[in-house]
Write a protein that binds this ligand. Structure first.
Ligand code: NPG
Length: 357
């Protein structure tokens, strides 16, 4: 699906998304959907669409099928022997959870422990061709009612664009995301961002550089938030213990699913670490589940849970539309949104059938 507004960041420009969807069916014929957040190329994480497809078909499906009805809660244990591949694992777990909750008549939000019926929404803005263009784009989002703006930064595109946005909107909640584009030796430069009253700086350094993030966190006033580094609850515990993460972006695909996301949320809530829900340009399928997760009490910062119109001309579910800068948490069973099967079929390029379907 092609993106309405492409996103340029330090590792390239994303103009479209090749979306891998898993449609699971229980013995009773109930269907569940899972959306894989991997991109076509392994640029954000080592996972990519065709790799996820392969690992699911070759390893995960055989480990799960043939065991009778298994519960979504058992998926991570059954797949534990296979290393990594969190996004592919999350896809399977989510599809099974959707089917399971549909059979029980329970929504994702109620199952996760959501305490809100709507969530505050933020939007992520890519690197623009000029500061004027950036201001134009941000003003569109502000007019749409977004409650927080996130600007992508990289060396050469940081202090000036942030200063321009801050001076145009002195009060707007603002944060920046570097997607690992800096080194610890850039600390003095990054400290110049402190005067813009930012909510956070996200993943400034390499994903493996926990000690670097801990050092930077000591030297910057702006809170350091981790994204790519956190692929599990264990990572979150370590990062918090080291002082490398003062805030965590929870992306369910990156951490192996919604169940691990809830565990990370619970740990962070107990530890006084704010969390927010990240985005991976999900269609309405993944977005519905993200919005449900973002309704948990520890998600105190607005997420990258933008309206469908930020991403696609037409969504594969009913579109998510912002009202007063918020999205409503779906209340129906499972993900709580209906998949437009005819449209999905129309845009499908490949289908794999696994098991007795
Ligand atoms: O709103 O879904 C969204 C996208 C939010 O910026 C976003 N995603 O690093 O968090 C990120 C990021 C991203 C952008 C990741 C482009 C990979 C490529």
């Amino acid at each position: 699906m092609s993106l309405v507004r492409p996103m340029r960041i330090s590792f390239g420009t994303l103009t479209d998304r090749d979306v891998l969807l898993v449609r699971a069916q229980t013995e009773n014929g109930t269907e569940g959907w899972g959306e894989c957040v991997a991109f076509s190329a392994p640029v954000y994480s080592p996972e990519y669409v065709q790799g996820c497809r392969e690992v699911i078909e070759r390893f995960f499906a055989p480990a799960i099928l043939g065991r009778g009805e298994i519960r979504a809660e058992e998926v991570s244990g059954l797949l534990e022997g296979f290393l990594g591949h969190q996004m592919a694992k999350a896809t399977i777990e989510t599809a099974l959870l959707d089917a399971q909750l549909k059979e029980n008549g329970q929504s994702f939000g109620s199952y996760f422990g959501a305490t809100r019926s709507e969530v505050d929404c933020g939007v992520s803005v890519g690197i623009a061709s000029s500061i004027d263009r950036l201001l134009e784009e941000v003003s569109l989002y502000v007019a749409e009612g977004y409650r927080r703006i996130k600007l992508k930064i990289e060396p050469g595109w940081d202090v000036d664009p942030v200063a321009a946005v801050r001076s145009a909107w002195p009060m707007i909640p603002l944060q920046v995301d570097a997607n690992q584009a800096y080194a610890l030796s850039d600390t003095e430069h990054l400290v110049r961002l402190d005067r813009f009253d930012l909510l956070l700086i996200e993943q400034p350094l390499n994903e493996h550089d926990l000690l670097g993030h801990a050092e930077l966190a000591k030297r910057m006033q702006t809170p350091v938030c981790l994204d790519e580094t956190i692929t599990s609850l264990a990572d979150a515990r370590q990062a918090v213990a080291l002082g490398a993460a003062e805030i965590i972006n929870i992306k369910p695909g990156r951490v192996g699913g919604y169940l691990e996301s809830v565990r990370i949320h619970d740990f962070c809530k107990e530890s006084g670490i704010p969390v927010w829900c990240g985005g991976m340009f999900e269609t309405g399928i993944g977005r519905a589940a993200n919005v449900a997760l973002a309704a948990l009490p520890g998600f105190i910062l607005p997420g990258d849970t933008s309206g469908s119109s930020r991403y696609f001309h037409r969504d594969v579910t009913q579109p998510f539309v912002l009202e007063g800068g918020r999205l409503k948490v779906p209340q129906g069973p499972g993900i709580g949104v209906t998949v437009d099967l005819a449209f999905v079929e129309e845009i499908t390029t490949e289908v794999w059938r696994i098991g007795a379907v």
